[in-house]
Design a protein around this ligand. Structure first.
Ligand code: PRX
Length: 658
């Protein structure tokens, strides 16, 4: 395990929010829930599961710890996620409520009610069954942000098939790797996607992935016609979504699955090897998505909620597809990008749709600050943002100045900013302020939610006092935690419940520190070789392997360099098989390698900088000295001890000048 990099900035206290009547009204209410969970952990979770989920057959067991850390929750209960998100609202007065306000890249708006969404999901679910897809099968989803994205995910859930959504920015190779690992039988995609005024291919990427080895099991490709762009067609494998839907009735008996039945597998990057398939359960996962919608976002009947994430990430799963629908929210879904046609798009959309809860990423905020500073026409003050009452951020640390700008310029000083810390693996929020309860501090995700026993420990698993930085862990299981790494139970156990820490603590992979007085948590960043680039999780090893696969490359090492806007920038150090290139040749080669990484993984993984050297700086035992490369990437003076480095001179080539 690498050492913890603590980079703690003194928190500045911000004005507490002035909301009353919230889901958790005041710190006393928060403490009461924390105590309820501590004094009767299973009773607490059972109460929530009964209150927030509809069960086809109620559970009698709450938590099975007999095979820890492979925990089971509500194991003998039967339910269906899509029933909970849709059918429930046919009878609770929400049938004709708008479920989704979809704004396309070009600004056109389509809305759909809960009744209509239910019907579309049922039709597609019937169609999936008609194509021979059954409970337990895996279906890849490679779609743009759309109503169809939610329909596809919910239709899988309805028949008990597991979806595996892949972000539309990933390459054919990345898609292929995931579809083979998960053993998919079908793909749901679109002809093309529209982003920033451009048509980008999707179906042709699927075709390319399906030409690669190991995809014979995929018998169906369902295509949503988004742009009408020309695509290749392979009958009978390929079929149009609208034709399938038209041929089916708009009701569909849900598959009642056990609480632990996997709802989906979502791939994310780890510090080693290939991306890992994070497997979530049905009941525990859905429970927390619903509860946190109410606790963190304090969702009310007339709210218009907007989360700007993509369904290809966990935020789009928990806080677009499942959480908002489980609680009957009206939500905005946006196809495009925040900077098109200009950087005022988010503010204009908030005004147009009267958004009251706005949840986005610090990277987006930072880039919009920059844009507003240079072009007053896209400054949030130019727009009517009075409808907003809550703001949230997710995905990476938010620096206090961006937090304050967001609170002041977007929230008008009235709206609490909720810095929500969580991960793909945790399923939902873990450490976050609660509106109307937690006094806010810019740059801190404050306190764990009731039921979440977060702590900070040293490298042997001993809890550290407040004020001392260490490893963020969770001491007790919680229902929405990941259940497994798809097909790799050992990786689950060793990665998340490492023996070094005693085997009983969930290791988040982040460093954190608690404030000496308030006990508030501040996340200090990953402790492993995972980078956070624009809020996207990227493994350095994945990028290194992609570079090393290029015919000219002998060796590559990738590190992150702190970046004001995107959080971390990818810097790659490359040794070629031939001589080290210089000048124009180096620049051309760097461009070529960047394009290569874009093709191998996806544009989000392209290194910002590529530097060439004659060899890699290594210890005498042959390990690449990443800490030195990190310093070189930052342009720091190398004060560290270099006696263990075999070839320190190469650092100068890589850009370090004493
Ligand atoms: O490093 C933490 C960072 O994002 C990681 C999880 O990434 P992912 O699984 O892709 O999920 C992102 C959306 C939940 C964490 O290990 N992270 C996430 N939220 C925060 C954060 N870092 C600081 N503050 C946050 N609020």
């Amino acid at each position: 395990m690498s050492t913890v990099a603590i980079n703690h900035q003194a928190p500045e206290t911000a004005a507490p929010p002035l909301l009353t009547d919230t889901a958790i009204d005041g710190m006393a209410a928060y403490e009461a829930l924390v105590n309820e969970a501590r004094s009767d952990r299973t009773g607490f979770w059972a109460r929530l599961a009964r209150e927030h989920l509809s069960w086809h057959r109620p559970f009698t067991k709450v938590l099975d710890e007999s095979n820890a850390p492979f925990f089971k929750w509500f194991d003998d209960g039967l339910l269906n996620a899509s029933y909970n998100c849709l059918d429930r609202h046919l009878h609770d007065g929400n049938a004709n409520k708008t479920a989704i306000i979809f704004e396309a890249d070009d600004g056109s708006v389509t809305t759909i009610t809960y009744r209509q969404l239910h019907a579309r999901v049922c039709r597609l679910a019937n169609a999936l069954r008609a194509r021979g897809i059954v409970c337990g099968d895996r279906v890849m989803i490679y779609l743009p942000m759309s109503i169809e994205g939610v329909v596809a995910m919910q239709a899988c859930a309805r028949i008990g098939a597991l979806h595996s959504v892949v972000f539309g920015g990933f390459s054919a190779k990345s898609l292929h790797e995931r579809m083979v690992d998960v053993g998919a039988v079908a793909v749901i995609t679109a002809d093309e996607q529209m982003r920033g005024g451009k048509n980008l291919p999707l179906k042709s990427v699927v075709d390319e992935a399906l030409k690669m080895a190991g995809t014979d099991g995929i018998h169906t490709v369902i295509v949503y016609r988004r742009t009408g762009g020309s695509i290749l067609w392979d009958e009978p494998r390929d079929c149009w979504l609208h034709e399938l839907e038209a041929a089916q009735p708009d009701t569909c008996e849900p598959e009642w699955v056990g609480a632990e039945h996997p709802l989906f597998v979502l791939y994310t990057s780890g510090s080693t090897g290939t991306p890992k398939g994070v497997q979530h359960s049905t009941a525990g996962y859905l429970l927390w998505a619903a509860v946190t919608m109410k606790w963190t976002f304090d969702l009310r009947t007339d709210d218009v909620y907007w989360c700007t994430a993509d369904i290809g990430w966990i935020t789009g799963h928990s806080y677009i597809c499942y959480g908002p629908t489980a609680v009957g929210a009206t939500q905005v879904i946006f196809e495009g990008v925040p900077t098109w046609p200009d950087a005022g798009r988010f503010w204009e959309m908030i005004a147009r749709h009267k958004v009251s809860i706005f949840y986005t990423a610090p990277t987006a905020i930072r880039s919009l600050i920059k844009a507003a500073e240079t072009n007053s026409g896209v400054h949030p003050r130019r727009f009517d943002l009075d409808s907003l009452r809550l703001l949230g951020t997710v995905g990476e640390p938010i620096n206090p100045s961006a937090w304050e700008w967001f609170a002041r310029e977007v929230g008008g000083g009235r709206c609490p900013v909720l810095d929500t810390f969580w991960q793909t693996e945790t399923g939902g929020h873990m450490i976050t302020p609660l509106p109307g309860a937690t006094p806010l501090v810019a740059g801190s995700c404050t306190l764990p939610l009731p039921g979440i026993e977060a702590a900070i420990v040293d490298e042997t698993g001993c809890e550290l006092p407040n004020g001392q930085g260490g490893l963020l862990v969770v001491k007790e299981p919680w229902p929405s935690m990941l259940r497994a790494i798809w097909g790799n139970p050992q990786r689950f156990r060793s990665g998340y419940y490492p023996a070094d820490l005693g085997g009983k603590l969930y290791l988040a992979g982040d460093g954190a520190i608690r404030d000496a007085q308030t006990g508030y948590f501040t996340i200090t960043g990953r402790i492993d070789d995972v980078l956070n680039v624009s809020g996207h999780r990227m493994g350095t090893m994945e990028i290194e392997s992609a570079l090393a696969a290029h015919p000219l490359v002998a060796e590559a090492a990738v590190v992150g360099r702190p970046d004001e806007t995107i959080g971390e920038a990818i810097v790659a150090f490359v040794v070629l098989k031939g001589p080290r290139p210089q000048g124009t040749e180096a620049r051309q080669l760097a461009d070529q390698l960047r394009a290569w990484v874009g093709k191998e993984i996806g544009p989000i993984a392209k290194p910002k900088e590529i530097r060439f050297g004659d060899s890699m700086p290594k210890t005498r035992s042959g390990k690449v000295v990443r800490r030195l490369l990190r310093s070189v990437a930052k342009g720091e003076t190398l004060a560290q001890d270099m006696s263990t480095v075999e070839n320190p001179a190469v650092l100068r080539q890589f850009g370090h000048h004493e």
